[in-house]
Every structure is written in structure tokens, then in C-alpha cells.
Design a binder for this molecule. Structure first.
Ligand SMILES: Nc1nc2c(ncn2[C@@H]2O[C@H](COP(=O)(O)OP(=O)(O)OP(=O)(O)O)[C@@H](O)[C@H]2O)c(=O)[nH]1
Ligand SMILES: [Mg+2]
Length: 329
């Protein structure tokens, strides 16, 4: 039997064909129903033959130095013979429109490397949608031989939680000085971190050390997120490269522990279960929304509530009944 188009595309991916990677990403991000069978087949192949890799999420407030750090760390890893892919999850990119270009210029060394691949955030989607789509892109990148996947996320509250469902290691980037509130870091975010780095230590070496000590103390008070692992806290400089090698060593040490305890695969299994649940719900909701013009139904319901004296409950009931009455029994 002749190979299917997805099998051909998968072979091209494995042969590290960059054009094939771009086509593969377009295919799995397509919302056209006619693409869904081929996309699923490609993802099946990528999932079944998935290779060893590490997925690291890098979160922090805008300007903390995430892109600069990824550029420098990526170069270090490429020197070690690794292949590095960078994905961005940026819920603000749609609004500002500038951050994608910003990232490009700040990863200018990495973007010229044959063994690197950089993909900006798919901004047409809401945050949850971006995270769900990213899970699929990760598999494609791994099929294409990328063994380190770095995910840059702007820390604006919810995105840290979303990205923690995608990665093996959560790296939180902070600036020297200032308490949690100053850095816009909520307590829950710190609890998700497997490692913390305090960047721009070249500008403020003493302050960076002090901040590290403060976070170490704060972490000691907290219940450890993962048994047998105490999050590393390091001063670094993305600009000079100081501390980057140690940071990567700690990520590798973490992976080793997780693998040896059987938790590495177990964590990914949970993440796929999570994806299955959320992605199914979101796709079905999209499909129902399109099939029944949910937007118009909701607009009418809102109008009925706002100006026709209907209670919110009655307005909701009329939308649901309207839709359900169109379905066969
Ligand atoms: N001195 C110094 N400057 C740095 C360092 N890291 C980043 N910068 C500078 O800080 C600014 C912001 O860096 P980015 O890497 O773009 O920060 P980001 O976190 O990716 O920002 P967003 O993508 O907008 O969220 C740039 O001007 C960098 O040159 C560092 O370690 N030391
Ligand atoms: Mg950036």
C-alpha cells in the first residue's frame, strides 16, 4: 500500500526537513474539518515514536530577560550538540503586536542556527487554546529531532499554570530586589517553580545574591512541590552567560531524579490526560458554537436580559432550549 500523505510528512519530519515541519504545524493547527484526519494520523505517528526530550517552561514578567536568556542558553546547548526549539506562549501578543518582533531580534543568534527552531505564539487563540495547540506542536518538534523544547511565557497570572501542564521543568525568572508583589509574582506561581533564577546579576550582583537568599528562605517554608527535589535558586546573567551552565545542570539533575523515580513519564501521562479532557471540551464547544451560531444566540439572550426584563436564568434557558431543540432525539 502506498504511504499516506501523513506518513510521508512524518518521514520528512524525521529527516529534519524544515519545510515539512512548517507544513506539519500548519496542518495540526488547521481548523478545517477536512484536515483533521491527516492531522490526527500525523500526531499519532509522532506520539507513538516520540523520542527522548526535555521540555522547559520559562516564565517571568515582561522585560525580565526571558528571550535573552533563551538565546544564550540555546547557544550553549547547541554547542553541546543538542537541537533546540523555542515556542512562545504570549497572551499579550495579539494586543501589543510588537512582542513577536521583539523576540525575533532578541534571539538573533539562535534564529540563525541550523539546529534551532523558533516559533512565536499563535496569537489568534485565547490562552487556553494556545496551550492546547502547543502540546501538539511539541510532539511535532520532537519528531523533527529537537531534544530541548524551551517555552517562553509572559507571566501574567494564568499563563504559568497553563504552561505547567506542558513542561517537565518550570523555570521562574525574577529580577534582583523587590518582594513578590513588586515582581508581580503570585504565591501560587512560586509554588509551581522547579527552579528560580534571578537575572541581570551583572548589573546588581549583591542585590541578586540577596534576592536568591530571600527566595531560598521563602521556599524552605513552603511544602516541597516534588518529593526529593528542592527548587534551585541561582543568580544568572543572560547578558554575560554567567550561571547558565549551572542552571542547565540543575535541570538535567531534576530530570534524572524524575526518571529514576518513574515520575517523568507519569507526569507526562497526566499532562496528556489533561489535554485529552480540555481539548475535547474546547473543540466540541467550538463545533457547537459554529453549528448553532452560539454567538448570535448569546447576543439575543443578553439583549433579552438587558432590555426585555428577562432574568439571566430565563435568558439562559431559552438559549439552551433553542439549541437542544435543533438536535435529533
Ligand atoms: N544587563 C542585563 N540586561 C539584560 C539581561 N537579560 C536581559 N537584559 C535586557 O533586558 C531587556 C529585556 O530582555 P528580554 O529578553 O527581551 O526580556 P523578556 O522577558 O523576553 O521580555 P518580554 O518578551 O517582553 O516578556 C533587553 O533590553 C535585554 O537586553 C541581563 O542578564 N543583564
Ligand atoms: Mg521575550
Amino acid at each position: 500500500m502506498a504511504p499516506s500523505s501523513s506518513e510521508i510528512l512524518f518521514d520528512q519530519l524525521q529527516a529534519r526537513d524544515r519545510g515539512a515541519l512548517a507544513r506539519a504545524i500548519t496542518l495540526v493547527e488547521s481548523t478545517r474539518f477536512s484536515d483533521s484526519a491527516a492531522a490526527t494520523e500525523l500526531l499519532n505517528l509522532s506520539y507513538k515514536k516520540r523520542a527522548d526530550s526535555i521540555r522547559v517552561g520559562i516564565t517571568g514578567v515582561p522585560g525580565v530577560g526571558k528571550s535573552t536568556f533563551i538565546d544564550a542558553l540555546g547557544m550553549l546547548l547547541i554547542e553541546q550538540g543538542k537541537r533546540v526549539a523555542v515556542l512562545a506562549i504570549d497572551p499579550t501578543s495579539e494586543r501589543s503586536g510588537g512582542s513577536i518582533l521583539g523576540d525575533k531580534t532578541r534571539m538573533d543568534r539562535l534564529s540563525r542556527e541550523e539546529n534551532a527552531f523558533i516559533r512565536p505564539s499563535a496569537s489568534r487563540l485565547h490562552l487556553g487554546g494556545v496551550a492546547l495547540a502547543t502540546q501538539k506542536n511539541i510532539l511535532l518538534l520532537e519528531a523533527a529531532g529537537f531534544d530541548v523544547i524551551l517555552i517562553e511565557t509572559v507571566g501574567v497570572g494564568q499563563s504559568e499554570t497553563e504552561v505547567s501542564h506542558l513542561v517537565d521543568f518550570n523555570l521562574l525568572m525574577l529580577l534582583p530586589g523587590g518582594g513578590d508583589e513588586l515582581q508581580g509574582i503570585k504565591r501560587g506561581v512560586m509554588e509551581l517553580a522547579n527552579g528560580i533564577i534571578v537575572n541581570k546579576a551583572d548589573l546588581m550582583a549583591d542585590e541578586a545574591k540577596k534576592t536568591c537568599a530571600e527566595y531560598k528562605t521563602a521556599l524552605h517554608i513552603m511544602q516541597p512541590l516534588i518529593e526529593g527535589w528542592f527548587p534551585t535558586v541561582l543568580p544568572v546573567s543572560a547578558e554575560t552567560g554567567d550561571g547558565l551552565a549551572q542552571c542547565w545542570e540543575s535541570i538535567e539533575a531534576f530530570k534524572e531524579i524524575q526518571v529514576s523515580k518513574g515520575r517523568f513519564e507519569a507526569n507526562r501521562q497526566l499532562q496528556y490526560e489533561d489535554w485529552l479532557r480540555n481539548s475535547t471540551m474546547s473543540q466540541l464547544l467550538d463545533a457547537i458554537g459554529r453549528r448553532f451560531d452560539l454567538q448570535t444566540e448569546l447576543k439575543n439572550a443578553l439583549e433579552a436580559f438587558q432590555s426585555q426584563g428577562l432574568s439571566p436564568f430565563a435568558a439562559q434557558q431559552s438559549v439552551i432550549q433553542n439549541i437542544l431543540s435543533q438536535l435529533p432525539d
